[in-house]
Design a protein around this ligand. Structure first.
Ligand code: FPP
Length: 248
């Protein structure tokens, strides 16, 4: 065997104890570019390559559900050229990775205010979601024009509307019913949240869903994030004791 080729699943990773849902705040594209005296756009282009790499790695390792924070409700406030670049990188990713998703049994899903995306992106997104909807190997969940507060507002509107129309008794509302009216309905909460580039904040991401999520923040900038570090974080996750508010 050629020892220079690393196996798809490293030996010290326990594949029976993988997180069922990994969520990632992909941060640091701008700083990556600035460090190299490049335009921020170059940082996003490099970031899109990391998206490809990490999706592939997650599938190889056997992560069932990967949620990537690709564009927030607040990101619309960035300069027009930067928003346009992010939208075009997203469309390119969908168009170029569609076949690989089909071949690798990956199902694409999207959460967020999808109706706010440009029409060409929505068409590519729908096409990829339709063509991959029966795939069961992994779900790639892209958070697009996503905001945790907007999601909670939409959930409240949906539940309040049902209560107003006498289709739901307010006294019967439980955490499960709330979860069932979020964009992530039917998905397990993230077990692990990774944030790159060292910032210690949540940035309006999956506010309800991360109540008991294990958090890992790395200083690595998103374009530099790779398989080796991802695996190290997964091993760290496997060593943590999760108590969910109970005793050990
Ligand atoms: C944060 O970096 C990153 C984003 C706002 C967008 C993430 C987008 C990508 C990784 C590329 C395109 C996505 C896909 C799915 C192909 P930042 O710009 O806030 O970095 P900074 O904090 O260093 O300025």
């Amino acid at each position: 065997m050629n020892s220079s080729v690393s196996p798809p699943v490293p030996e010290d990773l326990d594949v029976s104890k993988l997180p069922g849902h990994v969520a990632i705040i992909m941060d640091g594209n701008g700083r990556w570019a600035k460090k190299r005296l490049m335009n921020r756009i170059k940082g996003h282009q490099a970031g899109a390559e990391t998206v490809r790499r990490i999706v592939r790695t997650s599938r190889e390792i056997g992560i069932p559900l990967l949620t990537l924070y690709a564009f927030s409700t607040e990101n619309w406030q960035r300069p027009e050229i930067e928003v346009a670049t992010l939208m075009s990188l997203l469309k390119k990713f969908l168009d170029t990775e569609r076949n690989e998703m089909i071949e690798n049994n990956i199902r694409l899903n999207a959460i967020g205010q999808i109706e706010k995306l440009p029409e060409d992106v929505r068409i590519s997104l729908k096409r990829t979601m339709d063509l991959t909807e029966k795939n069961e190997g992994m779900i790639l969940n892209l958070a697009l024009s996503y905001g945790g507060r907007a999601e909670i507002v939409d959930m409240v509107k949906a539940i309040a509307g049902k209560a107003r129309d006498c289709k739901m008794d307010p006294d019967s509302i439980t955490p499960e019913i709330v979860a069932d009216h979020l964009y992530t309905r039917g998905m397990p909460d993230p077990d692990l949240l990774i944030r790159t580039s060292g910032e210690m904040r949540i940035s309006n991401f999956l506010l309800w869903q991360i109540a008991y999520t294990e958090i890992f923040i790395t200083d690595t900038l998103w374009p530099d994030f790779g398989k080796d570090e991802f695996v190290k974080i997964l091993i760290d996750f496997q060593r943590r004791e999760r108590r969910f508010g109970n005793v050990g």
